[in-house]
Design a protein around this ligand. Structure first.
Ligand SMILES: *[C@@H]1O[C@H](CO)[C@@H](O)[C@H](O)[C@H]1NC(C)=O
Ligand SMILES: *[C@@H]1O[C@H](CO)[C@@H](O)[C@H](O)[C@H]1NC(C)=O
Ligand SMILES: *[C@@H]1O[C@H](CO)[C@@H](O)[C@H](O)[C@H]1NC(C)=O
Ligand SMILES: *[C@@H]1O[C@H](CO)[C@@H](O)[C@H](O)[C@H]1NC(C)=O
Length: 482
């Protein structure tokens, strides 16, 4: 009986390089993703309020430091000299998330009296550079060269000169502004990761799934797929060269500890914050804004979305889901704040979509005040979009893609809003739930969001957590939290 004489070739070996890649990704990723979904043992997960009863060595804390209360002595117990390496320093009206983080954090620390020196690339020529020269501002060292082009060697030269004057207590780099072979030699270095390669594995999966059945895979995306796993492996190998790691979401902290194998005491979770005063709910302003942009008085519900209108922020999904939703709900409106390739398509959806283009900070404040709920359909789980914190700070509930970062740090309580899988059906289902619920209930949810956001996501909270970490690096006495 020669039943097994000639094994059949498995059907799967149709030589599609994409399926090979995806298999590869899946094989490597499933364990990682499972890890991400194991319930975390953090203190008071899902609790509304901060836990004030925790005490111990801060370096052992696996939860976000934002949950703790830090006494802000004025002036601080010690004045630190801090070096910051950032590829860019914001000079334009619409800076990226990483630059905004650097700016918000280090302006706050300088205002507290710390001596902050920022090493960054030359500003873009057409931008009018505010030479921040008052005493409580960071000192900005723009290196020479092409505008916006980061050259760490040039920045290091300036750093050395300043370090010779008086040694820096801590050095902070925004992601890999300082490469690992330099980082290796710096024991008092802190790196903040604004998105890591393991998160981009998921991003690749979601982006390919969001492709329409007859839509060809783009060459750029296809070639990026082949680099995804090597990039993760590469990161795992070089990340250990950085002495201290700050994860900007709870799930990123878990990945750094569990997958990247960085000793727990060197991984600290500090969530980004936004300026509380810039995002307060203002109903009157919201109503004025509605009238100004032409939302009719009889609108039953107003949804809002903000940010760059590009594919990987999930706009194809929202576009599709909202075109279906509006058919059955003629009094539901969508306000779109931001610009990008999807702007015109939103405009083509008719009067129920009000697409405003880019907005300045004060318009953005009015925008948040005018909506009933904020939608973020992103396909990129890297980092954590500040818009979610801004919306909650403005007293609005949020709807967002079900990513570990969002689930673990933002939508930690069902009261705060809704999560959906990043596909049209799931988003549409969530939108229908929201419509059925109505604006009154959403406004109650918004109040809980505001409470939570103002305890967790303020710029001041972020700055005091970083200050404490920097002090702890300088002098271990400060690592003890009572
Ligand atoms: C804080 O932690 C303590 C002990 O770990 C627990 O008993 C208490 O319920 C927690 N409080 C909140 C608000 O989660
Ligand atoms: C994807 O990239 C691989 C290798 O880079 C190539 O062999 C393959 O033809 C590409 N497939 C598509 C659909 O572009
Ligand atoms: C809302 O009011 C406008 C006039 O402002 C009217 O044209 C429209 O039909 C009304 N829509 C609904 C759903 O009542
Ligand atoms: C660390 O800080 C504490 C409290 O301010 C101080 O008493 C101690 O002398 C400091 N240690 C060093 C090594 O500077």
């Amino acid at each position: 009986m020669a039943l097994v004489s000639k094994p059949k070739r498995p059907v799967i070996s149709l030589q599609s390089s994409l399926s090979t890649t995806l298999c590869f990704i899946v094989v490597f990723t499933i364990p990682a993703l499972l890890l991400l979904h194991t319930p975390s043992s953090s203190v008071c997960k899902n609790s509304f309020n901060q836990n004030k009863s925790w005490s111990g060595d801060l370096r052992t804390a696996e939860f976000a430091w934002n949950r703790l209360k830090f006494n802000q002595e004025n002036p601080p117990s010690e004045t630190l000299k801090i070096a910051v390496f950032s590829r860019k320093w914001p000079t334009s009206a619409t800076p990226g998330g990483m630059e905004r983080h650097a700016h918000t954090l280090h302006t706050a620390l300088a205002r507290r009296g710390h001596q902050v020196h920022v090493f960054t690339s030359p500003p873009d020529q057409d931008e009018n550079v505010p030479r921040e020269s008052q005493s409580f501002s960071p000192v900005i060292h723009w290196h020479e060269g092409e505008p916006g082009r980061w050259r760490y060697n040039k920045a290091l030269e300036q750093y050395e000169a300043e370090n010779n004057r008086r040694e820096f207590d801590v050095i902070h780099t925004e992601s890999v502004a300082l490469p690992f072979h330099v980082a290796r030699r710096v024991p008092n270095l802190v790196v903040s990761w604004h998105g890591i390669a393991l998160e981009s594995v998921q991003s690749s999966i979601y982006q390919d799934l969001a492709r329409l059945p007859n839509e060809p895979i783009s060459p750029a995306f296809n070639s990026s797929l082949h680099g995804v796993i090597p990039k993760v492996l590469n990161e795992i190998r070089f990340f250990r060269d950085y002495a201290h790691h700050v994860a900007i979401s709870d799930s990123c902290g878990e990945m750094l500890r569990d997958v990247y194998q960085i000793p727990s005491r060197r991984v600290h979770v500090i969530v980004n914050g936004v300026n509380e005063k810039d995002f307060q709910e203002d109903l009157r302003l919201g109503n004025q804004f509605r009238a100004k942009i032409g939302v009719p008085q009889n609108a039953s519900l107003v949804l809002g979305v903000a940010g760059r209108l590009v594919k990987d922020k999930g706009h194809p999904l929202l576009y599709e889901a909202f075109s279906k939703l509006k058919e059955k709900n003629s009094d539901v409106y969508l306000i779109v704040a931001g610009s990008g390739p999807w702007l015109q398509r939103y405009r083509d959806l008719g009067p129920q979509v009000i697409a405003l283009g880019s907005m300045n900070p004060s318009e953005l404040h009015a925008f948040y005040s005018s909506i009933d709920i904020f939608v973020n359909p992103t396909l990129r789980p890297q980092g954590l979009d500040l818009t979610l914190m801004e919306a909650m700070m403005s007293g609005k509930p949020v709807m967002a893609s079900r990513f570990p970062s969002i689930k673990g740090t933002i939508l930690v309580n069902d009261e705060f809003g809704f999560m959906f899988s990043p596909n049209v059906e799931s988003l549409l289902e969530a939108l229908e739930l929201v419509v059925a619920e109505g604006s009154k209930r959403l406004s109650q949810r918004g109040k809980s969001c505001r409470d939570y956001a103002s305890s967790m996501f303020t710029a001041q909270k972020m700055a005091s957590a970083y200050e404490r970490l920097f002090l702890c690096i300088k002098n271990e006495t400060f690592c003890n939290y009572i």
